[in-house]
Design a protein around this ligand. Structure first.
Ligand SMILES: [Zn+2]
Length: 108
């Protein structure tokens, strides 16, 4: 886990990379998951909030790969943590990707 500050984000994440992130509270519980299509560091800086103390991230090869990993992470943490939002992630605007982890392979 990395402290959720602008300096730490800049240090940890290469610029211009798609990827996913997880935000944790003081106890290390994952409270939020999210993705970035083109620039994870930028998106993460905008997500800085006093509610969250730490972050983890994974850079991905493409925005589609980020989406798939985001869905996997969301399903996992929905079961094991208390996410701030119960809502399933939605793909970036203009993308009609499905989630492979939903039983009904629902379209979002
Ligand atoms: Zn799903």
């Amino acid at each position: 886990m990395i402290a959720l500050t602008e300096a730490e984000i800049t240090k940890a994440i290469p610029p211009g990379s798609p990827g996913i992130f997880k935000l944790m509270n003081k106890k290390g519980d994952v409270k939020k998951v999210g993705m970035a299509e083109t620039d994870l560091a930028e998106v993460l800086k905008k997500a800085i909030h006093p509610k969250y103390e730490f972050f983890e991230f994974k850079a991905t090869a493409s925005d589609k790969a980020a989406w798939q990993q985001l869905c996997e992470a969301w399903h996992y943490h929905k079961k094991n943590d208390f996410l701030d939002s119960e809502d399933h992630p939605t793909p970036p605007r203009g993308k009609f990707w499905t989630c492979h982890f939903c039983e009904d392979s629902k379209r979002y």
